[in-house]
Design a protein around this ligand. Structure first.
Ligand code: DOR
Length: 450
């Protein structure tokens, strides 16, 4: 298949602006960008007239379920959903079964992805009490996006239960450590109390009160203290409270702390989301009242939030039907993130340029991803083409995740991705996959080749 392509006539978006230009990709790399490029007739063409051309957009937080939970998602189905939604690369979390917590299990995941992942990929290593002192040795393995810490228990068995163990992890290795920040001791107390009050199941509308603001704030304060003490850079995943954003601003720790937001926290709000979607809106940390959603939107624009990740977390409808809190937490979103953000662009609270900042440059900076940035000569020839005139009601049939539990079904979304280009190859055309694309591992600044 050809790795040469001319994407012509579109509006090329970077974080600093939008320019009507052609993009000539040769051998999988951008050769030139400019108006009315003169290109040999044999180069295949993709007409992007009246469309927007983004560099390959990335999702730095997904949970696929391989190994151990393939009925919910595997690397093939999850990456297929990613590609259909315009995501050209993803970083996948370690809370599989078994958890990705040894070099052997990490190698196994990479092997499983080879030739089966439709999009480019990288994987996190999960921190445990057992590997806390060793994990820093493994974080530089090729294909590794870094270390993931769960300070609060969520799906799976990974948990760093206390500050001494967390400090050991933070002193092991050098790369930015990625953290799910909820205070486990407080969560345990609050679940015990809930079970006592509601032994046969509670209203899911209580989810954000059980895993309350204080659970998030307490944990994030502990984490920032330890980041400062150890000098280790950290990344706060899926921040859910206005209070944590204020703390990050007040502590002003510069590059030591970066922040992620998810579309779920940016688009949903309690109590309506629980009334309308029940447990399909249940995730950790929870979606909270509108003031948190609004604070997150503000933080996208003032730079407090560095990147957007979907936190794609597939569960089956039967599991979601269990009485809360036995219903699992997590919302599948890898396919709908870009459509939602394009809807935000249409509605005027996000700019196209911000999407490049938050979905290309942000993840690249947070994780040290090489070779992902604006479409300029020499850069990787990976792009997402969007039709801004398209408006569609999100249909369950369009979704390719094995989990059907997407609370955005039925929403009218704007400007869906129509074409995806991976290293010069058109792999999605008019929203339909072309050929048999295979992703490659992402490359990182701090990787050490064996
Ligand atoms: O809601 C969540 N679901 N939050 C997490 O941190 C994990 C995820 C999952 O894997 O299901």
């Amino acid at each position: 298949m050809s790795h040469d392509l001319l994407i012509h006539g579109g509006d090329v978006v970077s974080s600093s602006g939008v320019e009507r230009a052609d993009v000539w990709i040769e051998g999988g790399r951008v050769r030139s960008v400019g108006a009315d490029l003169q290109v040999p007739a044999e180069v295949p063409r993709l007409d992007a007239t009246n469309k927007w051309v983004f560099p390959g957009l990335m999702d730095p937080q997904v949970h696929f379920r391989e190994p151990g939970g393939e009925a919910k998602e595997d690397l093939a189905s999850g990456s297929e959903a990613a590609l259909a939604g315009g995501v050209t690369a993803y970083c996948e979390m370690p809370n599989t079964n078994p958890a990705t917590a040894t070099p052997e299990l990490f190698a196994d995941k990479l092997e499983r992805a080879r030739g089966r992942s439709r999009a480019d990929y990288a994987f996190f290593l999960g921190a445990t009490e057992e590997n806390a002192d060793l994990i820093g040795e493994w974080e530089t393995l090729p294909g590794c996006s870094g270390i993931k810490v769960f300070m609060g228990a969520s799906t799976g068995s990974l948990l760093i239960p206390d500050d001494p163990t967390l400090e050991r992890v933070l002193r092991s290795g050098k790369r930015r450590v990625t953290v799910h920040s909820e205070d486990d001791p407080r969560l345990k107390e609050r679940y015990a109390d809930l079970m006592e009050r509601y032994p046969d199941g509670a209203p899911v509308g209580l989810h954000h009160q059980v895993r309350d603001i204080e659970s998030a704030v307490r944990s994030t304060k502990r984490l920032l203290d330890l980041a400062e003490k150890t000098g280790r850079r950290i990344h706060l995943l899926h921040v859910s409270t206005a209070e944590e954003l204020d703390i990050v601003r007040e502590r002003d720790l510069g590059d030591l702390v970066t922040v992620e937001a998810t579309p779920n926290h940016l688009f949903l709000a309690a109590p309506e989301c629980y009334e309308e979607h029940g447990t399909w809106a249940q995730m950790n940390p929870p979606v909270r009242e509108a003031r948190h959603r609004d604070a997150l939107r503000e933080a996208l624009l003032d730079g407090t939030v560095t990147c957007i990740g979907s936190d794609h977390a597939p569960h089956m409808a039967e599991e979601k039907a269990r009485p809360f809190p036995k219903s699992p937490s997590g919302i599948p979103g890898v396919q709908t993130t870009i459509a939602l953000l394009l809807t935000a662009v249409r509605d005027g609270w996000l700019r196209r340029e911000d999407m490049v900042r938050l979905q290309v440059e942000g993840p690249a900076r947070v994780y040290g991803i090489l070779d992902r940035g604006p479409l300029v000569p020499g850069s990787v020839g990976t792009a997402v083409v969007v039709d801004p005139s398209r408006t569609e009601t999100l249909a369950a049939e369009w979704l390719l995740s094995r989990s059907p539990c997407n609370p955005f079904i039925g929403r009218t979304l704007a400007g869906l991705p129509t074409e995806v280009v991976l290293r010069g190859q058109v792999v999605l055309r008019d929203g339909v996959r072309v050929g048999d694309p295979a992703g490659q591992p992402l490359e990182f600044e701090e990787t050490v080749r064996p």
